[in-house]
Design a protein around this ligand. Sequence first.
Ligand SMILES: C[S@@+](CC[C@H](N)C(=O)[O-])C[C@H]1O[C@@H](n2cnc3c(N)ncnc32)[C@H](O)[C@@H]1O
Length: 283
Amino acid sequence: MLDNTPSRTAEVVALIRALELSYYGEKSLLKDKYAGRFLSDFYMSIYNRLSILPEFVSFFVNGASLGLFDFITLRHAFMDSYVRKLGPQMPVVLLGAGYDSRSLRLREYIGHGIWEFDFPATQRRKKFYLRNERIEGDQPHYCEVDFMKESLPEIFGRSGLAKAPALILWEGVSMYVSEEIVRSTIKAVKEYFGPGSVLVFDYWHSTMNHPVKDMFQTVMPYLMDIIYNEKFTFGATTDEMRTLATGCGAKKFESYNGKQMMTKLSLTSRLPLTSASMAVIEF
Ligand SMILES: C[S@@+](CC[C@H](N)C(=O)[O-])C[C@H]1O[C@@H](n2cnc3c(N)ncnc32)[C@H](O)[C@@H]1O
């Protein structure tokens, strides 16, 4: 990530959510009508070219991205399902919120506020693009942070979050930080929010224990660095992640790959990549 530069990967995932709506329309999983607003000229030109094509083209777009398109859509829908389930009971906390529009899309399910944490550059850009949006009810709590430089308990403390159960979503971030940060994040969530809290995050698999698939796992971090200046720095197998989570005091750990997320969401028609999964930790 370049200093003082809004996250490009946050924009790429917003592009994917915008395309998902234009391809699937009423059948869209996310119906994220806000995602397109955050696109700069470059990404808007890609959106304009890809979105006018018919729905079946999404199959090729997903294929060209090796399943990333469908995985990113699914992980967002999967986390949405947790907001619908737990948002009415507890605050929703977004670590590395990017251009997430849940505060607008899922407003009716957010009964105890939503807190958005991100780098200043990304968050200020987001607020600028939403400056004319009429937000009914409570405003999201915006908090500028750098997870690599500050401790989470301090960050949570100054944000005004109560030390009480919360739903914490950490989407598309764990692969950009160190193992130590992943460990300290899980511990901080447990210690700050306590029993009853749920942490949901996706993680990259450092290895697939398969020679051909592992070539992709090795090359991907370098591609991310070359294209976006945002290199993958952390990955784990499901067993490694389970060990890490239980070592940090998780009461329950579950991991879902793309296909398992589809089963949970009663979906059959997507082809997500298999090189990342979703962790759900209950404390
Ligand atoms: C791939 S984007 C995902 C954004 C959003 N969660 C989503 O899925 O749409 C990663 C986000 O994490 C933020 N981020 C990455 N490293 C961070 C750090 N050290 N401190 C604060 N934010 C960080 C970036 O600014 C970016 O918004």
